[in-house]
Design a protein around this ligand. Structure first.
Ligand SMILES: [Zn+2]
Ligand SMILES: [Zn+2]
Length: 408
């Protein structure tokens, strides 16, 4: 079996992986990195079939290009398909607004929507000599791993979380010979989840008691709903704004991917939704605001930042990874953000909480051991070596670079 990464092997983002076996060519993921300028994987050749693990743009962002060019069929869960639709349309809008060339057009998105083949956990499809089964990857609702059964068993994890979160159950190991696994958090360990949730709630309590507002910037997909679930039993005046609202509704339309539909419904009922500019003004008088976007680069969060930036009683509580070059990273590093082209100093309190949806170093090691493979291919990480070191005595470990073909 030959494996070649078109992108996303030694970085997080713009993922694409080709598997060549006998006469068959399969593509797993075809994403982009929504940086400035956006980054894309190498051009994919035509393939027999494509598999998408989940909707995040670093995995799905170039699927319309693939479908528009080659009319490729793409497997994904119904949840991934419905959320990808809005993320892909939004990515075109962002490219236009920022003045970058569009890699595909709305017609290609429509083609992709027609070419998606819905698949569910536990279902199989026969493709090019493989029986391919889909499993849950525990990362966000509908995120999948693929198990390819041929002469040997090969598993591709996509983004992986093997511990439970409020939103989804953690992934279970799948016995295999070859394991292609993400390693975003190689070398890092998450603090205890319960403790982090407690600290977040205590901080919100403190902010509200001193008369401030807690602004919680969140990614629309996964993190918004996770934070809503953490907040659901609190009696604050709570609001949710941005694309995260739409994603919550999509998740509730397909509740089979959720750990608890009931809990998310309760959260949705108790946290008021901002639907209009007038609603936004009302939210600004509230106590807790959960809002897109997670890295402060756009979306309604910008308005809320303007509103609280000089208020020392208020706080911005970051809940996700802040990529190099983002406003969120700038806030952590220098206490400023760029709002509509102007550098603004943020005087309110800023704190960061680790609510990651990826397995950490130790969780990856235990997952890999439980899968019991001969060969382990690490990808989706700029820090794979630290994990490789811990695995080398037990497995054949591969660290391919993007563009390089390996044979296992
Ligand atoms: Zn992801
Ligand atoms: Zn990813």
């Amino acid at each position: 079996m030959k494996i070649k990464f078109l992108g996303g092997a030694d970085v997080v983002g713009r993922m694409g992986m080709l598997i060549h076996h006998k006469d068959a060519d399969l593509l797993f993921e075809y994403g982009m990195r929504p940086a400035k300028p956006p980054q894309y994987p190498m051009a994919s050749p035509p393939v027999d079939y494509a598999f998408l693990s989940h909707c995040h743009l670093d995995h799905s962002g170039m699927i319309p290009w693939l479908c528009g060019k080659y009319d490729t069929e793409v497997a994904a869960t119904p949840s991934t398909i419905s959320v990808a639709k809005i993320l892909l349309a939004d990515s075109l809008k962002v490219a236009e607004a920022e003045g970058y060339p569009r890699p595909f057009d709305p017609v290609d998105i429509r083609t992709a929507m027609m070419n998606f083949t819905p698949m569910n956990f536990g279902e199989t499809v026969d493709v090019a000599g493989f029986e391919v089964e889909m499993h849950s990857a525990g990362h966000v609702p509908g995120a999948a791993m693929y198990e390819l059964r041929g002469d040997e068993v090969t598993v591709f994890t996509g983004d992986l979380n093997n511990r439970n979160t409020q939103l989804v159950w953690g992934a279970h190991a799948v016995k295999c010979d070859n394991l292609i696994v993400e390693a975003t958090y190689a070398g890092r360990r998450h603090p205890s989840r319960q403790k982090t949730e407690r600290q977040l709630l205590d901080k919100i309590d403190e902010v509200v008691k001193r008369g401030g507002k807690a602004i919680i910037p969140c990614f629309a997909v996964g993190r918004t709903q996770e934070v809503m679930l953490i907040l659901r039993d609190k009696g604050y005046d709570m609001w949710v704004d941005g694309m995260g609202r739409t994603v919550t509704s999509l998740y509730l339309d397909q509740p089979e991917y959720l750990r608890s539909e009931k809990h998310l419904r309760v959260a949705k009922k108790r946290i008021k939704e901002v639907r209009t500019p007038a609603g936004r003004n009302m939210a600004m008088k509230g106590e807790v605001i959960v809002t897109t976007g997670g890295m402060l680069d756009g979306g309604p969060v910008v308005r809320y930042l303007q509103n609280v930036k000089d208020d020392r009683k208020s706080a911005v509580l970051l809940t996700g990874y802040q990529v190099e070059g983002s406003n969120g990273r700038q806030l952590i590093d220098s206490g400023t953000v760029d709002i509509l082209g102007v550098k603004e100093r943020i005087k309110c309190e800023v704190q960061k909480f680790d609510l990651s949806a990826h397995s950490d170093h130790d969780e990856l090691v235990s997952f890999i051991r439980a899968c019991g493979p001969k060969n382990v291919v690490l990808c989706h990480s700029d820090n794979r070596e630290l994990l490789a070191k811990d695995l080398e005595s037990e497995f054949n470990v591969f660290l391919p670079k993007s563009g390089e073909q390996i044979e296992i």
